[in-house]
Design a protein around this ligand. Sequence first.
Ligand SMILES: [Zn+2]
Length: 291
Amino acid sequence: MTAHPTLADVVRTLEALYPPSTAEGWDAVGLVTGDPAQPVRKVLFAVDPVATVADEAIEWGADLIVTHHPLFLRPVHSIAATTFKGSLVHRLVRAGIGLYVAHTNADAAPRGVADALADAIGLVDRSPLVPSAPDGAAHLADTGIGRVGRLEDPTTLRAFAERVAAALPATEQGVRVAGDLEATVSTVAVVGGSGDSLFDAVRSAGADVYVTADLRHHPASELRERAEFEGGTAGGPFLVDVAHFASEWPWLHYAAADLTGRLADTGTVDTRVSVRRTDPWTARIGSAHRA
Ligand SMILES: [Zn+2]
């Protein structure tokens, strides 16, 4: 007979990998649905807790979904099936599927979202962009927001952006670049998800290029204006903007492997990384005229 862990065992293991205490104060992480006593045989990993992922979990017979993004970030008065989120909760509970969220705690962790993104694009000698423990607490040395490191071989911004595009899942947005494509880049900062609040840290780290998602016009424009004013057109940091979903997706494989490894003594689970692309953007119409 094969032993399977309980949901409580799985939650304990996930909390060891991604301690809830390292989540941002505004975040909402942890177990959303599920009975701690229920056995867990199959775990599906996905970026977003959305209807298509619930479909996939139900079709596959999953007992648990682990997502990066929270289903509920703010308090709610009702989970009646009259709303899209309430309906999702009903479907999961009816199917006996737990939902567990590891968000900013998974961003910060060793082998978390930022590390997985950094590995996917080949960053070595790296450390957190904003360490969780700036005072140097040893157990948190590898924990913090984003990562900064170097490429094994300096390359052009163009070749680097192409590498990023090849390393991440395909999205309609693709990869947007701000800067001189022929400039040389070596030091790279990455932040999975929306990263335009970290520009000061990126500049302080001396990054030649910053890979993140959801960059808006004004922050991006001002960052490049300042860089060109101070360092000329070849001056960094340059920007590589990827789809939010794509920037966080590489972590799912790490989470699946690390959960399986840590549970080995408790029991076996079958894991799967969702194949549903939950990036909300479904098409891109190229501009008709190029200046
Ligand atoms: Zn995100």
